[in-house]
Design a protein around this ligand. Structure first.
Ligand SMILES: CC(C)(COP(=O)(O)OP(=O)(O)OC[C@H]1O[C@@H](n2cnc3c(N)ncnc32)[C@H](O)[C@@H]1OP(=O)(O)O)[C@@H](O)C(=O)NCCC(=O)NCCS
Length: 372
């Protein structure tokens, strides 16, 4: 790229060097610290991947147990629950989450120190705090007490338990865990870029994460998964979805859950994995509504491929999984953020360790020479 060349949306621009992850589109591989993310989804748990992202290698059995203990021990300060309880329930769940993530800084005496070693050490605690907040967002907004995790349940099962208030069975816990891994890290999406831009001023981890929540809320990014659920609910059945998609396309609207800046005309490999996860969950639960959502998703996929040559992204198949698990739709995007917190902290640590301030230039289109 020529120096000074303008690329709208920074499309194709390499903005950082990283050892965390890489989307190798030609080889259909999402590399995460050397591993293929699809292998991690298939064979590992979110806690393993958390260890990989924050401690830089897959944990052994003892290390995994230690991570589970660390996650279980993390507390959300009572004042954060009080702040959340005072916010209008009408506020979007991602806005309430953004406020909570920001407030967490107030209870970390070291919050202001952009020290990579110390941030890496507390990253696990932050992931646990974010997950606990996310799981309780709806409950606290209704004036109820937050639910704590149960000792003995693994992290993913506990997260789901706190959301639904019901102990998940093995198939449900595994499906949720796989979705968490799928969302854990994905190179340089807008929210990760946002976090790194903020961190590059040597601002702190909570500030960088708070900015990332705001970025992730948007429907062109994390907000797509809840938009997919609303679309499927409005459609009702396969024919309804096909009609809805055709109407939207005729009006020039975008269909949420399709397309991706990097994969654009290819299947997001994570979506393919979660489609399989959804299929297994549908079989295990034998729930007719979950089966209908799988059928609707397949029809939507066929229509979009034929009409636009576009393929599903991760959010398209995460939505029906969350729906089948009985998760309130307003929590879909916050759950994305909770899962991604591991990757975000890894990027903030890396930015602080090898920092250079982000400060791009513009192509000026305004007038000049005006006299005051
Ligand atoms: C993700 C997304 C923002 C990427 O956008 P981008 O890289 O800037 O791509 P563009 O907006 O330039 O789109 C390129 C073309 O594909 C079309 N397109 C892209 N995504 C589309 C979608 N979901 N529905 C309909 N058309 C879409 C655009 O209209 C455009 O067509 P044109 O060239 O005829 O104008 C975009 O695909 C989108 O809006 N998807 C829906 C939201 C979503 O699911 N987000 C989650 C991403 S993980």
């Amino acid at each position: 790229m020529e120096s000074g060349e303008y690329r709208p949306g920074l499309d194709g621009v390499v903005a950082a060097e990283t050892r965390i992850s890489y989307l190798d589109v030609d080889h259909e591989e999402i590399v995460v610290r050397g591993y293929n993310l699809l292998d991690l989804i298939a064979r590992k748990t979110y806690v393993d991947v958390l260890g990989l992202l924050l401690r830089k290698r897959l944990p052994d059995e003892g290390e995994r147990r230690a991570l589970e203990d660390e996650l279980q021990a993390a507390e959300v300060p009572p004042a954060v629950w009080e702040i959340l309880a005072k916010l209008p329930a009408s506020m979007h769940a991602m806005d309430r989450l953004r406020t909570a993530v920001s407030a967490l800084a107030g209870f970390d005496p070291e919050a202001d120190r952009p020290d990579p070693a110390q941030e890496e050490a507390k990253g696990v605690r932050i992931v646990a705090q974010v997950a606990t907040v996310v799981a309780n967002l709806a409950r606290v907004a209704q004036g109820r007490e937050p639910v704590r995790g149960e000792p003995g349940l693994g992290f993913a099962a506990n997260f789901l338990y706190m959301i639904t208030g019901r102990r998940p069975d093995a198939a449900e816990a595994r499906a949720f865990d796989q979705a968490l891994v799928a969302y854990s890290e994905h190179e340089m999406p807008n929210s990760t870029f946002t976090a790194r831009v903020i961190a590059s001023t040597l601002s702190d981890v909570y500030g960088a994460l708070t900015g990332a929540v705001a970025s992730l809320k948007g429907p062109l990014h994390g907000g797509a998964n809840e938009a997919v659920a609303h679309m499927l609910l409005a459609a009702g059945d396969e024919d309804g979805l096909e009609r809805l998609i055709r109407e939207k396309l005729a009006q020039g609207e975008r269909i949420m859950g399709f397309g991706h800046r990097v994969y654009m005309r290819k299947f997001d490999p994570r979506a393919l994995m979660l489609k399989e996860t959804l299929g297994r969950l549908v079989e295990a639960k034998g729930d007719p509504e979950a089966r209908l959502w799988l059928a609707m998703c397949q029809r939507g996929e066929d229509v979009m491929r034929a009409e636009k040559g576009l393929f599903p992204n991760l959010d398209y198949y995460a939505a029906p999984i969350y729906y089948a698990l009985g998760i309130p739709i307003e929590l879909y995007t916050p759950i994305f953020f909770a899962a991604r917190t591991a990757g975000l902290v890894a990027h903030i640590v890396e930015q602080h360790a090898e920092n250079r301030l982000f400060r791009p230039r513009v192509r000026y289109l305004g007038p000049r020479g005006l006299k005051v």
